[in-house]
Each structure stands twice: as structure tokens, then as C-alpha cells.
Design a protein around this ligand. Structure first.
Ligand SMILES: [Zn+2]
Ligand SMILES: [Zn+2]
Length: 423
């Protein structure tokens, strides 16, 4: 009921866009795992059910298997799924094409993402059983999937039902909870990029949805010192924050409200690591660190009274060389033109003050960094052993990886970029 009332508040929004969210039922509660089967039945889930999990998530979700006795369950069980690929999507699809009618995904990230795409492709119901408050993509309409070597965000769907047992969330590894916090602070950059793009390119923007993201990140920031505790209350609140930003993303059917240039920056690093067959670090861990790096850059712009802008100058041969094996996919996103081609440089000059106002609207670098430290987050890539050279390269070249405008990308059209790029 509460959910329906909340969703109603976004109906007939003055931005003119329809804000829909396909989530029908959200259950967050202490010790609710044994009720999983009951909740699925109440929501009309079919008897023939595919349960997707890995050893870690299934262990964390203790009691879930016993709760499904009234279902005819088939398991797709991974050892330790850290990277979701198109292959995994096909696997889930194959089960669904061979007699299974619905999916229960046990685990929020790599387990859930291929399920969201497969269930969207074949129009099957999906339930998420969350095991850790580690990232927010689970409620959105898009799923990041590795296809070949490139991580692409595909239009997918959000689950109809979400179950989160706070006893389980509280027991999640600290690194995953801190990662969830890192994924939340990223919203400050996402909100800057979205507003700046709206200002300069007229991209669709909704104040109300942006306000929802802002409310969610601010509430999670206030919990920073409790993130690493084994506390059901804190874990539940972080999960709720992640859920709200996920819903914000489903409202716009894009990841705009929850992901900005810091996410692309982290994706670049991840893709390059995949090429070297390195096991990626947690999404929220990387994204928290890139948030700090981008926030440092953005806040430094407050000291720049005005800018001179020009058409972006790109050395595509150099960019392709840097992208290496990823070049073909990158080129597709910049063909027949690149996103900044349509931007009039003059707009950056005339709107510079407003851009600075937008930057000023989010907390300071010092504040965000202090909260991240309290929340047990890493704040520098040297802590996770990522080489400086890769980070620098990712910082400089990541914007070409998505066809999306960010303040970071627009800076390349200004004279300040010549100063910041070498920092
Ligand atoms: Zn709206
Ligand atoms: Zn994220």
C-alpha cells in the first residue's frame, strides 16, 4: 500500500514525462526469509520457478530454499559470479524458453542483472531476493552486461517483487555495505551532470525525480558512521536509499538520476581490467573513488570566474589507439557524430555562473570524503592496487564510452580543461 501511495505522488508530473515503476511489491523486514514462497504466491508467481544464485548469495540467503517447497524449483547456481555477460543472459533465457515461467534472483548485482534482461526479453515475472545493500541498479530499467569486452547498459526491467530480510542485509560483508555507500555518494555527481546537460543541451530533466535522488543520498550520508555496524536498522536504511535511487532511475527509464560521469569513469577501468582478465573490484567501491576524483575537479571550477569555449577538438586516431580492443564499440557511440558536435560553445560561456551554482548545490569534497571514511569506503585507487597509469587514462578518455553529456565532457570544450587535464 505504502509503495502504491508513494508511486502515486509521481503521477501527472509537471515535467510532462510519465513516471512509471513496475515494482509491485517491496517487502523489507526482519526475519522475513521463510515467507519468501508466500510472498511470491501472493504476487501470482508461477509454480515452475528458476532460482539464480551463486554459492555466496545462496549461503547468505539462508532459509530461502526451504521457503520454496510449494514451488517446482530449478537452480542455476554459479560458483562466484562477479561479471555478468551476455552468455549469462542467454542461459537464463534458455531455461525460460524450456518450461520455466518466472525467476527468483538471489543477489542484487551480477546475479540479478542478467535475470532482469532475460525476463524483459521474454516477458517473465522476476523477484529479487536481496542479500547485500551494495548497489542500486537492481530497481532500474537498465542492466549493465558485458558483451564481448564492452560493458553495455541494456534496456531491461526492474523486478516486480523485491524481498529484503534486514537480518541478512546486516550480516552482509562490510566491504559490500561500504560499496553501497560509495554507489550512493555518486549521486551528487550524477545530479550535477544531469542538470548541466539540461541547461546546455535541453535534455529532459525532472526536478521531482532529481529531488528524490537527492533525498535518498542525503539520508544515507547521515548514516555514514553506522554503515559498518552489524545493525539491521542501518542496513535497512541504506537499502532503502539504494532502492529509492533505483526507483528514480526507473521513473526516467534512464540511469540519469543515479549515474553520471563517475560511473562511466569506473566502467572504463572495469572494461580495461576485463581485457586483462582481472576480477573487478566491487562496483560501488570503484564508483565511490571516481566520485571523489570528479568532485575534486568540479569543485575546483568554483575558482574559475569565467571560461572561453570552442568546438571540441578530438584526435580520434589517438582515442582509438588508447581504447585498443574497445575501439570498435567506442566508435559506434561516436558515429555519425559525437555528442558534443551539437553543442554551441557559446552556451558554456554564458551559463558558466549557473553551472557553478549547480556545483555549489552538492556537499563539499571534504564533507563527502569524511563521510566515506566513516563508512569504511576506500578513497584512493592505490588502496585497491589499481595502477596510476590506468586511472589517469580512464580519467582522460572515459567520456567517449557513452553517448551522454556530462560536465566533465563539456569541460573539454573550454580553456579550463587545458589546465585540469594535466592535474
Ligand atoms: Zn517529472
Ligand atoms: Zn551504480
Amino acid at each position: 500500500m505504502e509503495l502504491q501511495e508513494f508511486l502515486k505522488r509521481f503521477e501527472n508530473c509537471e515535467c510532462g514525462e510519465m513516471h512509471e515503476c513496475a515494482i509491485r511489491d517491496i517487502r523489507i523486514g526482519s526475519g522475513i526469509t521463510p515467507k519468501t514462497g508466500e510472498i511470491l504466491k501472493e504476487n501470482g508467481f508461477p509454480k515452475k520457478l528458476l532460482v539464480v544464485a551463486d554459492q555466496n548469495t545462496l549461503r547468505a540467503a539462508e532459509g530461502v530454499q526451504q521457503a520454496l517447497t510449494e514451488f517446482d524449483v530449478t537452480y542455476l547456481l554459479y560458483e562466484d559470479l562477479r561479471v555478468a555477460t551476455m552468455n549469462d543472459v542467454r542461459k537464463v533465457e534458455a531455461y525460460l524458453q524450456n518450461g520455466l515461467d518466472g525467476v527468483l534472483a538471489v543477489g542484487t548485482g551480477s546475479i540479478h542483472d542478467p535475470c532482469r534482461l532475460a525476463c524483459a526479453n521474454l516477458q517473465k515475472p522476476l523477484c529479487l531476493f536481496a542479500t547485500a545493500p551494495s548497489m542500486d541498479g537492481f530497481a532500474s530499467y537498465s542492466a549493465p552486461i558485458v558483451n564481448g569486452n564492452f560493458k553495455i547498459t541494456y534496456p531491461a526491467k526492474c523486478p516486480e517483487v523485491i524481498i529484503a530480510d534486514t537480518k541478512i542485509l546486516a550480516k552482509a560483508p562490510v566491504a559490500l555495505k561500504s560499496a553501497g555507500f560509495g554507489d550512493m555518494v555518486a549521486k551528487y555527481i550524477a545530479l550535477i551532470d544531469w542538470q548541466v546537460s539540461h541547461l546546455i543541451s535541453g535534455e529532459q530533466y525532472c526536478k521531482k525525480v532529481a529531488g528524490l535522488t537527492r533525498y535518498a543520498v542525503d539520508s544515507v550520508m547521515r548514516l555514514a558512521d553506522r554503515v559498518t555496524e552489524d545493525s539491521e536498522e542501518a542496513a535497512a536504511k541504506i537499502f532503502e536509499g539504494l532502492l529509492l535511487t533505483g526507483i528514480a532511475m526507473s521513473f526516467t527509464k534512464t540511469s540519469r538520476p543515479g549515474s553520471g560521469t563517475e560511473h562511466i569513469f569506473a566502467h572504463y577501468i572495469e572494461c580495461k581490467e576485463l581485457l586483462e582478465h582481472k576480477i573487478p573490484t566491487y562496483h560501488g567501491e570503484d564508483v565511490g573513488i571516481t566520485t571523489l576524483q570528479i568532485l575534486r575537479l568540479y569543485k575546483s571550477l568554483l575558482n574559475v570566474p569565467s571560461v572561453r569555449a570552442r568546438k571540441e577538438e578530438n584526435d580520434w586516431a589517438e582515442i582509438e589507439a588508447v581504447y585498443g580492443e574497445l575501439a570498435a564499440d567506442m566508435k559506434k557511440l561516436n558515429t555519425p557524430n559525437t555528442i558534443t558536435d551539437e553543442i554551441d560553445p557559446k552556451l558554456l560561456e554564458t551559463h558558466w555562473r549557473e553551472i557553478q551554482e549547480i556545483i555549489r548545490s552538492v556537499p563539499t569534497l571534504e564533507e563527502v570524503e569524511a563521510k566515506m571514511l566513516q563508512a569504511g569506503c576506500l578513497t584512493d585507487f592505490s588502496q585497491s592496487g589499481k595502477p596510476d597509469k590506468l586511472i589517469k587514462e580512464a580519467f582522460l578518455y572515459h567520456p567517449y564510452m557513452r553517448r551522454r553529456l556530462s560536465l566533465r565532457r563539456l569541460l573539454q570544450m573550454t580553456d579550463v580543461w587545458d589546465l585540469c587535464k594535466n592535474k
